[in-house]
Design a protein around this ligand. Structure first.
Ligand code: UD2
Ligand code: MN
Length: 367
């Protein structure tokens, strides 16, 4: 439709100009070509221009408009009751345009709603160690791991005791890193699955085992991340809680019925049409060791049951994670600023992205 509109506008404009010139030139057409030929020339030109504009900007405009879909806000009566174990009283008033709490009373952390120093002191006072797990299997290692780790060393839990766990099929290829005091990196070998979907899903079982072993003994809280991203800003203890879920940057404005949950009732990850709170991103989740043991056990079991039935959830581990968070509500949600895709473009509610997606080069890393 817009193309036809543009074409029509073009030919109309050309016609009007011709009329005007004919008057000034006493009836003689000043342009060399007859009117129909000119129209034939202009129409495809303008249509091609319209197509190009739509291709280049149409998608961005749609994304931009999507940002205007209201997300709802936290009821005033609830806000004073909400304090966070790590950051104390949350400044809900600082972000009155976005929801800062869930219906079950969990805070949603946005930029400016917390005082980072309070959480830092709390972690030191409790002498906590924070784990960060990442998988780099196959070509994901060369493509993403070094930048991920360097950015994590720069921005993740700065000044805290941190243990990085890299799970890989080629431990010898993990780049050497100089780490700050109280920070260490462990490399854990894993088997390489042949399908990328299986690599992604196998993380749940591997993490379950690791949390029951050394990782679970060394760390108090753990964050489990995709490797195809990098930290761009301070990612501190304000994100800590018993069970932490990440709002998916592509879906946080969408109405619930549009969210890409697994709908096939045969799958262990299935959610029916009335179910689901938010759509959570599997590229980042975290919590206490005990809570994550429960989460990873649930997802690994769901994936196993599906495999036995010969089915696979639409978004693999992410579908099972969304089912888990529907059944067991997260105690803290992170705004999309904590895992942002810059491809979406500018949004008024995204003030300070702290972790951003790397460009996806599936052809390079997955095949
Ligand atoms: C928005 C979106 O599309 N999200 C889903 C999509 O994420 P992604 O498209 O982000 O998946 P991905 O390719 O990043 O895979 C997930 C993670 O597994 C690791 N990895 C994966 C494959 C591999 O060969 N080697 C390796 O190391 C790596 O840490 C990677 O970051 O697909 C995943 C796998 O189904 C999950 O369902 C995600 O939730
Ligand atoms: Mn990813």
């Amino acid at each position: 439709m817009p193309l036809r509109g543009l074409g029509a506008l073009g030919s109309h404009g050309g016609f009007r100009k011709q009329e005007g010139q004919r008057q000034r030139g006493q009836g003689k057409p000043t342009w060399g070509l007859p009117r129909t030929k000119k129209r034939l020339l202009w129409m495809p030109l303008l249509s091609a221009f319209g197509c190009l504009a739509l291709y280049l900007y149409g998608f961005r405009i749609l994304r931009y408009l999507e940002g205007a879909i209201p997300m709802g806000i936290c009821p005033i009566a609830t806000t004073p009751l909400l304090t966070d174990k790590f950051t104390g009283v949350l400044r809900h008033w600082a972000r009155s345009e976005v929801p800062t709490c869930t219906s079950w009373g969990a805070p949603i952390i946005w930029d400016s709603t917390f005082d980072p120093h309070v959480a830092k002191q709390e972690v030191r006072r409790r002498n906590l160690t924070i784990g960060l797990t990442v998988f780099a299997v196959g070509r994901y290692l060369e493509k993403y791991l070094e930048r991920f780790l360097k950015s994590a060393e720069q921005h993740f839990m700065v000044g805290q005791r941190v243990v990085f766990y890299v799970f890989t099929d080629r431990p010898e290829a993990v780049p050497y890193m100089t780490l700050g005091q109280g920070r260490l990196l462990r490399v854990e070998p894993v088997q390489r699955e042949s399908r990328w979907q299986d690599v992604s899903m196998a993380r749940m079982r591997v993490l379950y085992e690791a949390l029951g072993g050394k990782l679970g003994q060394e760390a108090d809280y753990v964050f489990c991340l995709d490797v195809d991203q990098r930290f761009t800003g301070n990612f501190g203890p304000e994100v800590l809680a018993d069970l932490v879920a990440q709002l998916h940057s592509w879906h946080y404005h969408w109405p619930r019925w549009l969210l890409p949950y697994e709908r096939d009732k045969r799958s262990a990850a299935a959610l029916s049409w009335g179910e689901g709170d938010f759509y959570y991103h599997a590229a980042l989740f975290g919590g206490s060791v005990a809570a994550l043991r429960k989460l990873t056990a649930h997802c690994a079991l769901g994936q196993q049951l599906d495999r036995e039935r010969g089915i696979e959830a639409v978004w693999h581990d992410e579908s099972h994670l969304n089912k888990f968070f529907w059944l067991y509500k997260p105690t803290k949600l992170l705004s999309p600023e904590f895992c942002w895709d810059p491809k979406i473009g500018w949004r008024t509610d995204i003030h300070h992205p702290r972790l951003i997606w790397e460009p996806k080069e599936y052809a390079l890393v997955r095949n």
